[in-house]
Structures are given as structure tokens and as C-alpha cells.
Ligand binder design. Structure first.
Ligand code: F6R
Length: 362
């Protein structure tokens, strides 16, 4: 049931404020995070290995920043199809985490089986509770996204991020790398996030306008730094999946190491950058793009919009948010951009060509 929306994807994007609030209720009571007692004590864990495919892999790349910065835990992230055949050494103090919406992705399941008997704990983060990946794990954490019908993952991505963030905060708490006050303030900001999701969804007309123009491009570049880098990768994947426009993402700092050669007036550049400590560097990246005629669509906050100046082609202003939570909030405009570009191109949004919702063969 599309609940009055034209596509399941539009419905699944729009319901994220409610879905996130529900997902949070599944794990939080006030400032206490409830996770199964079968989880290992992260104070005794040496390292994490995170494995997934596609959008779930980008959720892992995001979580790497959280686990490393907040919990001071080293993390290796890999694509399941690479990991399984590389047969990497797994030491005893390793927790292996597998992230999958469907819980049936063949490569992710094979990577999980490879880690059995090697890793300390096999942990999965899934949307389908009774899936193969959930059943074969020592501990399965549900993301509580509800059924996702659109082939392009939207609400499952934000709910994967939410679950992984709570896990990282819990690990930080056990490892003594976060103070009680910082933990409490992050959790209260997280509880307020569904409200900010609503504000981000209100930017829909601006995103639709930018997307309609971007839909005419043959190539689109996405740039981001730090936590926004995996988000740029996700934005590019979403756009190519459903609009069939070639899109690539780079870490902003890599621009001058190659991709800048692509820039001319036909290549829109989507920059995802809240005003943070490194924003000045992003501004100089944008100037390099604009000096070559590139059209910059900047997704930022009010302070970022002000600092970016007037030459930016389109600015999308999101509410200010706790820096740790930016990946969840900035996912929404990335999804809207892809959605509206696909609608402008008249593609089959919910069933894009050549793609399946669950990839059970390698
Ligand atoms: C992207 C998308 C795919 C999946 C990938 C993994 O929108 O849907 O990239 O994320 O096939 O699927 P799961 O999470 O089911 O393992």
C-alpha cells in the first residue's frame, strides 16, 4: 500500500521521521540503551570487522567513523564479495559485524560463514528478523525499519545507521571513551532527530527543483569529507540506481588528484557539507569546481550557506544538527535528489532495470 504516494520509494522516504522514532523506542528508554546481554563486552574487544554490500556497506563505512572516534575501536570495513575470497586473517578478539536489510544477500552470508569459528562474536544488523543472516549470527540486532518495498534502500539505510550508532555509543560507554554527559546529550539529540527529519523533508521542493535540472546531466559528481564521504557514496549510488545517470563520489580532498579533470559546465557537483572545522577546505574545493564552470549544489546548514558565498548554483539548507548525527539527516536530501531525478526521467522508480531487492546469488 503506497498510502497515497506515487511510489513506494516516496512513501518510504517520507515515513522516516515516524520509522526512526519507532526504531529508537526499540532500543532506548530515556538515556539507557537496551541491547541484548548476549553482546560481547566491548571493553574486551580489540577490533571490528564490518562486511556488507551496496547501501549497507556505506552504512558500515559511516559506522567506522563512529566506532573509531567515539569508542576508539579500530575498524576494518569491506565489501562482502571481496572479503569472502580474500580470506583475511581474523584474530580472536575481533567482533565481525554483518549489515544487511534483507538478511539474504549471498556474498554477505558467505562472508559471515567464513568468520564462524574465527571471530569472537558474529553480530548482524538486519531488517528481516527471520533471515538467514540473522539466524546464523550469535547476536542479531533488528533495525526496526518495517517492510521496505522500493528496490532502492532508503529508510533501511537510516535505520541501519541508527542501530550502528547506538552500538558505537554502547561500546564507547563500556570502554570509558565517552563521558556520561556527552552520552546523555548525544542520546537526547538523537531522540530529537525525527523532528529534524521533518524539517529536512520540508526541503522537498528545493530538492525537486535541483533534481529536475540535474536529471539532464550525463555525469554527476558527489563530494563529501569525513562522515559526509560515505554519504556522498550513498547519494551517488542512489542516483545511478534509479535515474541511470552516471554518478561518482569522491572524498573532497581527492578532487585535485584526478576527478577535477572531469569538471566542466555539463557536470553538476553535489557537495554535502555541514559547517564544521573543515568547511573552509570544502569551500576551496567548491571554488575549484566553479572556476571550471561546474554547477555546485551544496547541501549544508545555515552557517555553511552563509560561508559558501553567492556563486553556488543551488543551496539546500538543513537544520543544524549534532555533528555525530549528520549522516542520518543528510541521507534524506540525497534520497530526495535521486527520487526526483528519476521521476523527471520517467524511469521505473520502485523497480529499476536490472536490479533485485534481494541479491541471493553472487
Ligand atoms: C541500494 C540497494 C543495494 C543493497 C545491497 C545489499 O539501494 O538497495 O545496494 O543495499 O544489495 O542488500 P542487503 O542490505 O539486503 O544485504
Amino acid at each position: 500500500d503506497k498510502a497515497g504516494f506515487k511510489h513506494f520509494m516516496a512513501k518510504e522516504i517520507a515515513e522516516q521521521p515516524t520509522v526512526l522514532a519507532d526504531a529508537l523506542r526499540g532500543y532506548l528508554n530515556g538515556n539507557t540503551i537496551f541491547l541484548p546481554d548476549t553482546l560481547p563486552d566491548f571493553a574486551k574487544v580489540d577490533r571490528l570487522v564490518m562486511v556488507a554490500c551496496g547501501t549497507a556497506y556505506y552504512a558500515c563505512l559511516t559506522a567506522k567513523y563512529w566506532f573509531e572516534q567515539i569508542a576508539r575501536l579500530p575498524v576494518e570495513v569491506d565489501i562482502a564479495s571481496e572479503f569472502r575470497y580474500r580470506e583475511p586473517p581474523i584474530s580472536k578478539g575481533t567482533v565481525a559485524i554483518f549489515v544487511s536489510q534483507s538478511g539474504e544477500t549471498a556474498d554477505t552470508l558467505a562472508a559471515l560463514r567464513y568468520c564462524k569459528g574465527k571471530a569472537e562474536t558474529i553480530l548482524s544488523v538486519v531488517n528481516v528478523d527471520q533471515s538467514s543472516i540473522a539466524r546464523e549470527s550469535d547476536v542479531a540486532l533488528p533495525i526496526h525499519a518495517g517492510v521496505e518495498v522500493g528496490v532502492a534502500s532508503t529508510k533501511a539505510f537510516t535505520c541501519q545507521l541508527n542501530t550502528l550508532l547506538l552500538l558505537a555509543l554502547n561500546a564507547a560507554n563500556q570502554r570509558g571513551t565517552i563521558s556520561d554527559t556527552d552520552l546523555a546529550s548525544t542520546l537526547s539529540n538523537l531522540r530529537a532527530l525525527p523532528g529534524l527529519f521533518n524539517a529536512a523533508l520540508d526541503r522537498d521542493p528545493v530538492m525537486a527543483d535541483a533534481a529536475t535540472q540535474i536529471a539532464e546531466a550525463r555525469d554527476v559528481l558527489f563530494l563529501g569529507r569525513g562522515l559526509m564521504y560515505p554519504l556522498a557514496l550513498e547519494g551517488a549510488l542512489k542516483l545511478k540506481e534509479i535515474s541511470y545517470i552516471h554518478a561518482e563520489a569522491y572524498a573532497s580532498g581527492e578532487l585535485k588528484h584526478g576527478p577535477i579533470a572531469l569538471i566542466d559546465k555539463t557536470v553538476p557537483v553535489v557537495v554535502m557539507a555541514p559547517r564544521d572545522a573543515l568547511f573552509e577546505k570544502t569551500v576551496s574545493n567548491m571554488q575549484e569546481v566553479m572556476a571550471r564552470g561546474g554547477r555546485v549544489c551544496l547541501i549544508t546548514d545555515a552557517a555553511g550557506a552563509e560561508a559558501a558565498g553567492d556563486d553556488v548554483w543551488r543551496t539546500v539548507v538543513l537544520p543544524e544538527v549534532d555533528p555525530i548525527l549528520t549522516p542520518l539527516l543528510y541521507a534524506l536530501p540525497a534520497q530526495l535528489l535521486a527520487y526526483h531525478a528519476a521521476v523527471a526521467k520517467g524511469t521505473d522508480v520502485d523497480q529499476p532495470r536490472n536490479l533485485a531487492k534481494s541479491v541471493t546469488v553472487e
